[in-house]
Design a protein around this ligand. Structure first.
Ligand code: UD1
Length: 359
């Protein structure tokens, strides 16, 4: 069986790492890793490959940045000849970035079967490009691997046949559990004490593209910065927009961090404030309070059973949640079912068993 495994942007890399490792253990699986080049900076891509011990991509599509249409189109145009040349049995895509949807659509139109890892997540927010990517990918995928039963239920409600849906757990958590001990042993940056600082990440266009919204969020985060340092590893999009804003001296802006140092920073922190998707899941597993600066989440299980609380980007709600965490008034939460480090193994088992005519 021949598979093309696709990764494009930073949040994909921790999802493909355990899949790549599990697939490479099977002599009857020939796997080629395709990097679309959606993220291309050393700090947004190469450092993750090194940290996560992912082998160098077999094929790099070099798509780069651009508008959504430009980026998606470039990935599609570069991926189509690869599919034709390699003629894989499966294209495996993960997550919800533009590369995920672009490669799924391209493969499916060539009659190649598509497997989607992290299927069924829904924010019901059609202003998020990721929601459109999720809907398009899930509508055409032949195998849909979910991280929780709520996601499986979303797919059933959309009419996806039961035999295509497999609740396998969370490959991002496979990666977290594999690296957490190493991450926690790393020394903290100078001036930070265990449980004595917060971590902030922001990159969603809805939060960072308008100066008044970004400065409103940073103003609210001052409630935390007045008491403990706030470390803020900034995404390139955010870093550009921060230049015009006055930032509290206890909010320490750094460049993007690589995976292991970032996870170590989160695991030792008092709280995280974020608009990321994956960090909501990682904090739930680590038991760290997470204030999510979005009004919705495609990962509601992290609010139901985990440590996540949604505040949107409303400064008053952010302040209220931050005060509750600083006063230790947050529930502990628990780890969702099957977030146990074995999701990739379950996925590979299903993939290798899938009969060509069953999809
Ligand atoms: C993408 C994903 C988002 C994910 C995020 C994580 C989509 C629709 N969005 O958003 O779901 O949470 O990645 O980081 O796919 N840039 C660089 N260097 C890079 C990559 C990007 O400087 O290596 C800059 C470019 O100026 C680019 C901007 O960041 O225009 C945005 O990059 P893009 O890939 O379009 O989307 P992200 O905001 O990173």
């Amino acid at each position: 069986m021949k598979l093309l495994l696709v990764a494009g942007a930073r949040p994909n890399f921790m999802k493909i790492a355990p899949l790549m490792a599990a697939l490479r253990q099977h002599a009857d699986a020939e796997v080629l890793l395709v990097h679309t080049g959606q993220h291309y900076d050393q700090k947004m891509s190469d450092d993750f490959f090194r940290d996560l011990e992912i082998p160098a991509p077999d094929i790099n599509l070099g798509a780069g940045s651009g508008s959504h249409a430009e980026q998606t189109a470039r990935v599609m145009m570069a991926f189509e000849p690869v599919c034709l040349k390699e003629a894989p049995d499966w294209v495996v895509v993960v997550g919800d970035v533009n590369s995920t949807m672009a490669c799924a659509v391209t493969a499916k139109k060539l009659g190649i079967r598509v497997a989607h890892v992290e299927a069924g997540l829904r924010s019901r927010d059609m202003t998020m490009p990721e929601e459109i990517n999720r809907l398009c990918t899930d509508a055409i995928a032949d195998l849909l691997f979910t991280t929780d039963e709520m996601a499986s239920e979303n797919l059933r409600r959309e009419g996806v046949a039961e035999e295509k849906i497999h609740f396998v757990g969370n490959t991002m958590i496979d990666t977290l559990l594999r690296h957490i001990e190493r991450a926690q042993r790393l020394p903290l940056p100078v001036g930070l004490d265990r449980k004595g600082y917060a971590v902030l990440t922001l990159h969603r266009p809805a939060n960072v593209d308008r100066e008044e919204v970004l400065s409103g969020i940073l103003g609210a985060v001052e409630t935390v910065a007045d008491q403990i340092p706030v470390v803020f590893p900034a995404h390139p999009r955010t870093a550009r927009n921060l230049a015009a804003i006055r930032v509290h001296p206890n909010i320490r802006i750094t460049g993007p961090l690589s995976y292991v140092p970032f996870v170590g920073l989160v695991a030792n922190s008092r709280m995280v404030l974020t608009d990321s998707g994956g960090i909501q899941e990682e904090t739930t597993v680590l038991g760290i309070p997470c204030i999510t600066l979005r009004s919705n989440t495609e990962r509601p299980i992290t609010c139901e059973v985990g440590t996540n609380i949604l505040t949107g980007n409303d400064p008053e709600r952010i302040r209220g949640a931050a005060r509750a965490v600083l006063a230790d008034r947050m529930r502990r939460g628990r780890v969702p079912e099957k977030w146990d480090g074995h999701a990739a193994a379950r996925i590979v088992e299903v993939l290798l068993d899938a009969h060509p005519v069953s999809c």
